[in-house]
Design a protein around this ligand. Sequence first.
Ligand code: FES
Length: 98
Amino acid sequence: MPVLTIQPSGKTLQAAAGSSILTALLAGGEAIAHKCDGKAECGSCHIFVQEGRKSLSKIQRVENEKLDAVVGVGSKSRLACQAMLGNEDVTVEVLSFV
Ligand code: FES
């Protein structure tokens, strides 16, 4: 079971491999915007993946296209609703608050 570390709070969550980062964050009671409920349409769940990036699912076209339209995107950007956890621990920086 991968451990998800959330910055800037430093809180950690046990997450299920195969679930999205968004699902894991919400299950852990973390506040993160998700206006389209995980359909890769709103871009509000934009996060930076600080560690463990390689264990996540690859970026698909729908995510890439949405990220192109989000302000402040960098090389560590993912949409939390589209990034599926693998077996390794991941550290993310949550950028939006609800
Ligand atoms: S929740 Fe809308 S893009 Fe992720």
